[in-house]
Structures are given as C-alpha cells and as structure tokens.
Design a protein around this ligand. Structure first.
Ligand code: SAM
Length: 272
C-alpha cells in the first residue's frame, strides 16, 4: 500500500483530519517534511507504519484529541510536548501573546510572569519573541509544571517554572499574562471530547467561570510594579464582567482585544 492509498482509506477518512492534521500525523510517524510527504506519496509504506497511522486514526475517531495521541502540539510556531495532564494550547491564546508582546515592543518591560502556564505555551512564546526579557511561569498542577519545564528544556528557552497557587510565593513583575480556567461548570457549549479528555482543573471555574479570574484581578495588584500590566484571557462572553470587576477594583486603562474570529478574548489593564 502507498501513503496516498492509506490516506484515502475509509478509516483515515472517518478520522476527518484537516489537511494540516494529516500532515502532522505523517510528519510525526514518518519523520517526513511536507515536501518529502508529497514525494513519498506513491511509494509503498511499511506495514508497521501503516498500522501505526490506522491506530492513530481509530483513536481520533473515538474522540481522543490528536495532540494527546501524538504527544505534540504547535503554538506560535513552537513545537510543544503535551500529554493528557495539560491543556492543549489553542490558537485563540496567541491573541494573549500578541497583546502582551505589543507592550514589550513599546519598551520598559523586563520581568514577565505567566500564571496558569499549563504546557508553558504562553511563557515560551513570550521568551522566544523577547529573549532579552526575564520570563518565568507557574501553575498549580505538578504535572503541568513538569510539562512546562520539559518544553523549556527542549526548546532551550531559559524559562523557569514553579508550582504555585496563583501568586503564592511569587514576587513582583512588570507584566503578568494568564490564561486561567474560565469555563462555567454548567456551560452547555463545551465540546464533549474536550470535557472527556482535557484536565478539568485547566477548564472549569466556579462563579460562572469567573472565580480564578477574580482572584487574579485581586492578587495581581500586589504582584505588579507601579504601572505594571496584566493581560488576561477569558471567555468570549466574559469581557464585560471582567472589565467591570477590574474597574471596580481600581485597575486603569482597561481594554479588551478580539481573537482571530473577532470574539472578545483578552483584557489588558494597568496597575495604578
Ligand atoms: C486554560 S489552562 C491554560 C494553560 C496554558 N496557559 C495555555 O494557554 O495553553 C489553565 C491552567 O491553569 C492552571 N490552574 C488552575 N487553577 C490554578 C491556580 N489556582 N493557580 C495556578 N494555576 C492554576 C491549570 O492547571 C491549567 O494548567
């Protein structure tokens, strides 16, 4: 069987991979670049390789996220190792990196901390974009911290990561980024496969999804320098509530930014 025939087989078609997912599977299993995959399309593939791809397709059909099956996810151009103990980084979260990066480009920011770091996606993207900044990261989950440290080491990006409940034991920073859990427990829109496979502590929060966000808004005031900035990702229907909470607490220059789909996704604010 050739690679092209395998990719046209019923089992692979039922997996409903996008073109880029299909390319990711081939590059991870066969170790081939996109050009090499095109050149190899009509060449026979080994039985054990085709069995491996069919097994991945079957797990995909059963609803397991491809990133967990392959153990890999790409974020802001970085190849990250992920497992089922950490959230799979989402393209929407690149908006958080964009908003925070624009602040660094404006100058004056040296110390950046990423709360709720998961796989380390945001912290590592920030360090890769701004190597002159000191970037640190933290997460409550021991598994997430292990994963973020592994990614930092693999990418040789010099980001220190520690276990902490939000700001517990942390000092002051010029800029804090956070993509906390913000989904309400009774949100009817959450994908069933997401709930079944991704860690609940990375997804859900009390108080209509706002409880961790509210704690961050309160505690960040003591962990930012004067004029320091907090950039927070939230649900696309939470922007109004987040802005109100922030303004009531005395945050200044509160502003919301949209993701690539045009939905409110990140709110930025400044410590007075
Ligand atoms: C939505 S995930 C974000 C992961 C990563 N930043 C990303 O964007 O892919 C939220 C993360 O917050 C962490 N978390 C939940 N409660 C926390 C807390 N009280 N303190 C620190 N981290 C927490 C979870 O373990 C999870 O890794």
């Amino acid at each position: 069987m050739t690679l092209a025939e395998l990719l046209r087989s019923e089992c692979v078609r039922l997996a409903k991979w996008t073109r880029s997912e299909q390319q990711l599977v081939c590059s991870e299993v066969l170790g081939l670049s996109l050009t090499e995959q095109i050149l190899a399309a009509e060449a026979p593939i080994a039985d054990d390789t085709s069995e491996q791809i069919l097994e991945i397709a079957q797990r995909s059909i059963a609803g397991e996220p491809l990133a967990y099956i392959l153990g890999v996810s790409y974020f802001d151009g970085l190849r990250l190792t992920v497992d089922s103990q950490v959230l799979i980084p989402r393209p929407d979260t690149e908006t958080l990196v964009e908003v925070a990066s624009a602040l660094i480009s404006d100058g004056g920011i040296q110390c950046v901390h990423d709360l709720c770091t998961g796989s380390g996606a945001v912290a590592l993207a920030m360090k890769a974009r701004h190597p002159h900044c000191s970037v640190t990261a933290s997460d409550l989950s021991e598994d997430a911290v292990r994963c973020a440290i592994q990614n930092a080491n693999t990418l040789q990006l010099g980001v220190e990561c520690k276990q902490a409940d939000l700001f517990e034991g942390l000092s002051k920073f010029d800029l804090v980024t956070a993509n906390p859990p913000y989904i309400a427990y009774d949100d009817p829109e959450v994908d069933a496969d997401v709930v079944a496979h991704e860690p609940a502590m990375a997804l859900f929060a009390e108080n209509s999804g706002l409880s961790v966000i509210e704690r961050i808004l309160t505690d960040a005031l003591a962990h930012l320098v004067d004029g320091g900035v907090l950039c927070l990702e939230h649900g696309h229907r939470q922007a109004h509530d987040v802005r109100k909470l922030a303004i009531d607490m005395g945050w200044q220059s509160v502003q919301t930014y949209q993701d690539l789909a045009g939905r409110d996704r990140v709110t930025r604010m400044q410590r007075p």
